[in-house]
Write a protein that binds this ligand. Structure first.
Ligand code: HEM
Length: 509
């Protein structure tokens, strides 16, 4: 009986504490509109992230509540050029929110922060400096031979598959992963060679989905998951880290002791050689583990994101045959005139204005990241007349920003590459400012130029070599686990003649 009474009292106490927490949550940002549940708990966000279509939910709530929406007790989703300017400016350096901390793994008993997931701006600046040049626009042509090698293999494999129905979404992913492997270690992962997720690497990255859900309630990670991992007797090592460690050991064995460039066996300067050189030049910042962290971040951040953009390009071109025809006309004409090669170079790709418009439109309508890029404001800010107090988590979701009619026009919800061509200079400037696919401010994508190199070269090269048939009845499936993945882009591709297309060539699209 005594126990029952104690239990009853404890339940009453727990109920009071819960009510007090809910009231405190509600009062944090009382004037900001948003879904009712989100005023009290982050479970609103957990639900939509778990469901896998958060990008649509965010678009819907912004349509309903306007450009400032409360999505959690202390979390606000905002949109518009003004919001971008305020949150991602390089002077305030608002740090990343705790959304990123579940992505930090435990190393020697502490969370290990990398370039992508650190929440300290000061630490970020320290670890970025030694490697920033490796990603500069002036450096990217040095990576072109790596892309070419993988493209050769891709063309070979697709030729073998000519005439068969394939899941092109998977093959583009194999391509993007193998290119990053080449650029990083001068070795492909073997996805294209084997035509499958070789070594389970892709699956191991899929298994990270629960971590993205934890990003919506990071205190659960801090209180329960991290301590659990810390005291696990046998920590697990992911396949990406295992491969990286093996490649690093191999490189360190193969280079001469006085070699300061750490080039690959065939004398190429890949990312690994640049990271090892940074270890030599900045020993107080870069140790062996930092080299592993730079390398694995490249693979995790750079392969799925590029594959997603490539899929979006082919999907929308095939669903909108007028735009496919316009791009094919441009590519074929330039090929016939001898202005581009059959394996298009980066420099040649920069002379194709319609290709440029198609890439930008794909980056706009299908941004790889489909959740707000969260920051914490360290001073009060005012956005669209709403006072946002210091300490609030705030972010712009690219999928919402890219629907902004004041920036992209009344048909912002449609695929129309021409908007990037027909706009006047002022309109182009606005659209470029509003294109948020690569993020903004001090934490914008460092690999942007690398992915553009891959995309601008591969798309025209594939169009020169193949025709594509998409069954209009079969649609792809989207799943948002921060990256908005597409699955099942099933199509038939056929090899085009190896000759330069004649004026009369009919083009199947
Ligand atoms: C189309 C392809 C890509 C897209 C759409 C993309 C998108 C992004 C976005 C939105 C961010 C900022 C995230 C945030 O604020 O939370 C980011 C950061 C980052 N990306 Fe990319 N990315 C792409 C390709 C790549 C590639 C190819 C690499 C590496 C070779 C890469 C490496 C990184 C790294 C290291 C960061 C963290 C940068 C920092 O905080 O300094 N990304 N990316």
């Amino acid at each position: 009986m005594g126990w029952m009474r104690l239990l009853g009292r404890l339940s009453i106490l727990a109920t009071f504490v819960l009510i007090a927490i809910l009231i405190r949550n509600y009062r944090r940002l009382p004037k900001i509109p948003g879904p009712w549940l989100a005023r009290f708990t982050n479970l609103w966000r957990v639900y939509y992230v778990k469901r896998g279509d958060a990008q649509v939910t965010y678009q819907r709530v912004h349509q309903k509540y306007g450009s400032v929406v409360r999505v959690g007790p202390s979390a606000v989703s905002v949109t518009g050029l003004n919001a971008l300017h305020i949150i991602y400016n390089i002077h305030d350096k608002f740090p990343k929110s705790e959304f990123y901390t579940p992505q930090q793994f435990i190393f020697q008993g502490k969370p290990y922060q990398n370039l992508f997931n650190t929440t300290s701006e000061e630490f970020h600046a320290r670890i970025k400096k030694p490697v920033a040049r490796a990603y500069a626009m002036s450096t990217i042509v040095e990576y072109e031979p790596f892309v070419n090698d993988t493209t050769d293999l891709f063309l070979e494999k697709l030729t073998e598959l000519s005439g068969k129905e394939i899941d092109f979404s998977a093959w583009l992913q194999y391509y993007a992963f193998d290119v990053i492997g080449e650029m990083t270690f001068s070795t492909k992962f073997g996805f294209l060679e084997h035509g499958e997720d070789f070594g389970g690497i892709i699956q191991s990255l899929r298994d990270l989905t629960p971590i993205q859900i934890l990003g919506q309630i990071p205190w659960v990670d801090k209180l329960f998951r991290k301590p659990y991992i810390k005291y696990q007797s046998k920590p697990t090592t992911s396949p990406v880290v295992k491969i990286t460690m093996a490649q690093m050991q191999k490189r360190l064995k193969s280079v001469r002791y006085d070699d300061k460039e750490f080039l690959s066996e065939d004398g190429r300067r890949d990312f690994l050689s640049r990271f090892l050189a940074a270890r030599q030049a900045f020993p107080d910042v870069v140790d062996d583990f930092r080299v592993i962290a730079y390398t694995t971040t490249n693979i995790v951040a750079g392969s799925d994101s590029t594959a997603i953009t490539l899929r979006a390009i082919f999907y929308h071109l095939l669903r909108n045959p007028d735009t496919m025809k316009a791009l094919l006309d441009e590519v074929d004409t330039q090929l016939r005139l001898g202005n581009i090669s059959r394996k298009v170079t980066w420099t040649e790709s920069q002379t194709l204005p319609y290709l440029d418009a198609v890439v930008k439109e794909a980056l706009r309508v299908h941004a790889a990241v489909g959740l707000p890029l969260e920051r914490v404001v360290t001073r009060p800010v005012v956005i669209e007349g709403y006072d946002i107090p210091a300490g609030t988590t705030i972010g712009v979701n690219p999928w919402v920003m890219h629907q902004d009619k004041t920036v992209f026009g009344d048909d912002a919800d449609r695929w129309r590459p021409e908007r990037w061509i027909h706009a006047n200079e002022e309109e182009k400037k606005l659209m470029n400012r509003g294109l948020f696919t690569f993020g903004g401010g001090t934490r914008s994508c460092i690999g942007r130029n690398i992915s553009l190199l891959e995309i601008y070269k591969l798309v025209p090269t594939l169009l020169i070599h193949f025709t594509f048939e998409l069954d209009p009845e079969k649609d792809w499936n989207l799943f948002n686990s921060v990256f908005v993945h597409q699955r099942n882009l099933r199509l038939v591709l056929r090899r085009r003649g190896d000759s330069v297309p004649s004026e009369k060539a009919t083009l199947e699209v």
